[in-house]
Design a protein around this ligand. Structure first.
Ligand SMILES: *Cc1c(COP(=O)(O)O)cnc(C)c1O
Length: 395
């Protein structure tokens, strides 16, 4: 190994370990369903983003298998050479219909979708107003674009109005965009879409909503933008196919012109091999199921509300979530980590989330109840929460 690299790695790893920022990765032995097995022990899984249980749904598995038989395991090329298969076209038509837009473009992941889509439209002559709690992929996509990044206090509409006015009236920028998560993944709060659109219309902002945690959850599954009836107003409805949809991939839904532009300019679309046929077919099936059977989304909400009520009833602070995302807020960082460890030992798999992912002093464990959990699983999880909470004198 290069001595320079070795020194860099040794120092870097030591530093991470000292600060408690080096995380070891648990390996799930088998499927990521409502019950998972880790080190040979079964745990109730409250850590996945598999909101509707689609990651292990038999009909999605069958669709993926059939497509793999028909097309093979790989798409064979990037989209713009000859890696656009008819199943990709079908997928994009389905996404557009689902989102209520003219067109859609699919990417290999939500992360690279943000990297590609933001930088295809915004340049160093532009400015991006970005919510302070936006996802890492938004932050990286904004940086890659070279645009001036203006941080807006989280969901603070006065701050947005002020900074939008300043940016537009300064005359320094050709275009100004506001970019936000639709649902914020740490607290489960929802972007204030009607107010955002009012401000955007007042100043002529481009609006980009990353709905990774809203799709499949809000708007009867169609997402945050649909929930507020704004499908024809928001310029970019970005989302992932890896959370509620249960598979992998990302997309932007919007006007035909926008999608035509992204298909000729977004670099991950041009230079990275397209989604596998199996993944594409599984996503198509997921969208069909969600559209034809409201019970998936209904069960998700029923389970989430049930679980939240029970946790609150035994005395936990579950924050102000407006979605199934259920934080249990402990405050102290070390306590949050110790608490999560005890829960896992007792059979509930959760992740502690601490500074710098969330503000200092708001350490928590985050729970993601899904449509695939049974009431018995949730009851058992709550019983473990009660036992551990009492032992640790948290409740
Ligand atoms: C998870 C997530 C992404 C990334 O999506 P992947 O498809 O997993 O790459 C992007 N944005 C937000 C807000 C997310 O939560």
């Amino acid at each position: 190994m290069s001595p320079k690299l070795e020194t860099f790695l040794d120092e870097g790893l030591d530093n991470l370990k000292e600060k408690g920022l080096y995380s070891t990765i648990d390996v799930v032995e088998g499927a990521n369903g409502p019950i998972i097995e880790i080190n040979g022990e079964k745990k109730i899984n409250l850590a996945s983003n598999n909101y509707l249980g689609f990651a292990t749904h038999p009909e999605l598995i069958e669709a993926a298998n059939e497509a793999t038989e028909k097309y093979g395991v790989g798409a064979g090329a990037v989209r713009t050479i000859n890696g656009t298969l008819d199943i990709h076209r079908e997928l994009e038509e389905k996404i557009a219909k689902f989102k209520g837009t003219e067109a859609a473009i699919a990417f290999q992941s939500g992360f690279n979708c943000n990297m590609g889509a933001i930088s295809a439209v915004m340049t160093k002559e532009d400015a991006i107003l970005s919510d302070a709690l936006n996802h890492a992929s938004i932050i990286d996509g904004c940086r890659l674009s070279g645009a001036k990044i203006i941080r807006v206090n989280h969901s603070d509409m006065e701050d947005l109005d002020k900074k939008a006015k300043e940016a537009v009236e300064s005359g320094l920028y050709k275009k100004v965009m506001y970019i936000t998560d639709g649902v914020f993944s740490m607290d489960g709060d929802v972007a204030k879409m009607p107010e955002i659109m009012e401000i955007a219309e007042k100043y002529g902002l481009i609006v980009y909503v990353d709905d990774a945690h809203g799709s499949g959850v809000l708007g009867k599954g169609a997402g945050t933008v649909k929930e507020f009836g704004l499908s024809d107003k928001v310029d970019f409805q970005m989302g992932t196919l890896s959370k509620a949809i249960g598979v992998v991939g990302g997309y932007v839904a919007g006007s035909q012109k926008l999608i035509d532009w992204l298909k000729s300019q977004a670099r991950p679309f041009l230079f990275s091999t397209s989604l596998t046929p199996g993944a594409s077919a599984a996503v198509i099936k997921a969208l069909d199921l969600m559209e034809s059977d409201p019970s998936y989304v209904d069960t998700l909400w029923e389970n989430a509300n049930y679980f939240k009520e029970k946790l609150q009833a035994i005395g936990y602070d579950i924050g102000e979530s407006e979605t199934p995302i259920t934080p249990v807020i402990l405050g102290d960082e070390k306590l949050a980590q110790e608490f999560a460890k005890r829960l896992i030992d007792e059979g509930v798999y959760v992740k502690p989330i601490v500074f710098p992912t969330v503000p200092l002093g708001t350490g928590r464990v985050r729970n993601m109840p899904t449509a695939a959990h049974t009431k018995e699983m949730l009851d058992e999880a709550v019983a473990i929460y009660e036992k551990v909470g009492k032992e640790m004198k948290i409740i």
